[in-house]
Design a protein around this ligand. Structure first.
Ligand code: NDP
Length: 397
C-alpha cells in the first residue's frame, strides 16, 4: 500500500513517523508547501523510507500531477482545513482514498461545519472510494470512544460531554499548541452545544466550571463549539445533550482577549505600507511555531468522553479517556503531546483502511466504523486509554 501524507507541520511529523514504521505501507511520501520541511522529517526517519515532494495543496492540477506520478492508495491530509476540498477533488480525479483530521473551513470566514465535505458523499460512493473525516484525537478518538461506548456499554446514549484538558506548561508567555491561525479562529468563536434537537449558542467562554481530570486535578473548563458534536448527534440520535469542554489558563485567556481587542485576530485583509496583509496570518508569523514547543513542555493532556445513558433499563455513567505526557511524546517523536495525540490516530486510521478493517464507498465520520480494532491498537501506538464505570462524572446538569 502507498501512503501520501500532505503537510509537514507538527502533526505531519508524527503521522509520517508512524506510517513509515508500519509495514502495511510499502511506499511512503511526505509532500508539503515547503519541501525542506519534508526533507527534515524524512531525515529523522533515515534511509530512503520516505520520499518527499513540494506541492501547493490549494491547486488541484498540482495535486493531480503529484498523485499521478506517486499513485498513492490513500492520501492523509494534515495540511490545513483550507485544503480539504481541493485534496478531496484531486482524490476523486485520480482515484485515491482520503483521510483528514479537521473539517473544511473557508479562509475568509471563521466558520467550520461538515456540510461542505458531506456533499462529496455521492461522488466518493460512485467512484468506490473511501473518505475518512476527522481522524485526529478531537475530532477522532473522541468519536471512536463514543462509538465504543455505544457498542459495548449503552443501549442509548443520552448525555455526552467531551472534555479536553491540556495541563502542560511550555514556559512561554503565549503560544498555541497547533497551527495558531486555526487555533485562534476556533477558540475565539461563540460557544455552541446541542440540547433537545437544537443548537444553543453562547458568548465565547460564557459557560465554565472546574472539572477534575485523572492524574492532573481540577482545571477550569469552558464550553466551546467543536466539530465532532455535529456528526455525533446525527449518528447517535438518542443524544439529548452534547457539549465540548476545553481547559484554558487565565493567562492564555487574557492574551486571547488582548489579541482580539487590538484587532490581531482579524481574518480580513488590511493594507499595511501598501501591502495587503491578514492580521491573524501576520500574528502566526511572530508567534512560536507549535512544533518548537516540545523541548520544554512538561505535564499531560487528558482528553475523553463523559457519558450518561441507559443499559438494560438502568441509568449508567461512563468515562473513557487518554492521558498523554508531553515529555514522553517529545522523546519519541520530537513533537509535543498535541501533535502526538493528533498524528497517532491519523496514522492508525490510515492503517485501518490499508488493512481492510475500515472500508466503504463514500464519506464517513470515524464513529461509523468498528471502534474495536482501532482501540485495540491505540495503546500500543502510544495512546493507552482507560475506563471508569458509574463514577461521579461532574457534568450532570
Ligand atoms: P502546522 O501549521 O504545523 O502544519 C501545517 C502544514 O501544512 C505545514 O507544513 C504547511 O506548510 C502545510 N501547508 C499549509 N498550506 C499548504 C498548502 N497550500 N499546500 C501544501 N502544504 C500546505 O499545523 P499542525 O501540524 O499543527 O496541524 C495540522 C492539521 O491538524 C490542521 O488541519 C489542524 O487543524 C489539525 N489538527 C487536528 C487536531 C485533532 O485532534 N483532530 C488537533 C490539532 C490539529 P508550511 O510549512 O510551508 O507552512
Amino acid at each position: 500500500m502507498k501512503a501520501l501524507i500532505i503537510g509537514a507541520g507538527g502533526v505531519g511529523t508524527v503521522v509520517t513517523q508512524k506510517i513509515a514504521a508500519n509495514p502495511v505501507f510499502t511506499d511512503v511520501m511526505l509532500a508539503s508547501r515547503t519541501k525542506s520541511k519534508c526533507d527534515a522529517v524524512a531525515a529523522t526517519i533515515g534511509g530512503d523510507r520516505v520520499k518527499t515532494a513540494q506541492v501547493d495543496a490549494d491547486s488541484v492540477p498540482e495535486l493531480c500531477a503529484l498523485f499521478r506520478s506517486f499513485q498513492p492508495d490513500i492520501v492523509v491530509n494534515v495540511a490545513l482545513p483550507y485544503q480539504d476540498l481541493t485534496i478531496m477533488d484531486a482524490c476523486l480525479e485520480c482515484g485515491c482514498n482520503y483521510l483528514d483530521t479537521a473539517n473544511y473551513e473557508p479562509k475568509d470566514e471563521a466558520h467550520f461545519e461538515y456540510s461542505w465535505q458531506w456533499a462529496y458523499q455521492d461522488r466518493f460512493k460512485a467512484a468506490g472510494l473511501t473518505a475518512i473525516l476527522g481522524c485526529g484525537f478531537d475530532p477522532g478518538v473522541t468519536a471512536i470512544f463514543t462509538a465504543y461506548a455505544a457498542k459495548h456499554h449503552f443501549d442509548e446514549i443520552h448525555y455526552l460531554d467531551i472534555v479536553d484538558c491540556n495541563a502542560g506548561n511550555h514556559g512561554m508567555a503565549f503560544a498555541t499548541n497547533f497551527n495558531p491561525e486555526i487555533n485562534i479562529r476556533e477558540v475565539t468563536q461563540k460557544g455552541r452545544y446541542y440540547q433537545d434537537g437544537k443548537w444553543v449558542v453562547t458568548e465565547p467562554h460564557e459557560i465554565h466550571r472546574p472539572l477534575h481530570y485523572p492524574g492532573i486535578g481540577e482545571r477550569e473548563s469552558y464550553v466551546i463549539y467543536h466539530e465532532e458534536l455535529e456528526s455525533l448527534v446525527k449518528n447517535y440520535p438518542s443524544i439529548k445533550r452534547a457539549r465540548f469542554w476545553m481547559t484554558f489558563g487565565q493567562e492564555y485567556l487574557t492574551h486571547l482577549r488582548v489579541i482580539q481587542n487590538i484587532g490581531m485576530a482579524r481574518i480580513d485583509p488590511i493594507i499595511y505600507n501598501g501591502v495587503e496583509i491578514v492580521p491573524i496570518q501576520f500574528l502566526k508569523a511572530v508567534l512560536p511555531d507549535p512544533k518548537s514547543l516540545g523541548a520544554n513542555y512538561h505535564g499531560q493532556t487528558s482528553i475523553g468522553c463523559r457519558i450518561r445513558g441507559i443499559k438494560d433499563g438502568k441509568e449508567h455513567s461512563y468515562y473513557i479517556y487518554n492521558n498523554c505526557d508531553h515529555e514522553q511524546a517529545f522523546k519519541e517523536t520530537g513533537t509535543q503531546a498535541v501533535s502526538f495525540t493528533t498524528g497517532v490516530p491519523a496514522a492508525l486510521g490510515a492503517s485501518m483502511w490499508a488493512k481492510g478493517l475500515w472500508r466503504g464507498a463514500g464519506v464517513f465520520n470515524v464513529e461509523e466504523f468498528d471502534p474495536d480494532p482501532f482501540l485495540k491498537e491505540l495503546g500500543e501506538q502510544g495512546l493507552p486509554w482507560h475506563e471508569l464505570f458509574d463514577t461521579d462524572i461532574e457534568v450532570n446538569d
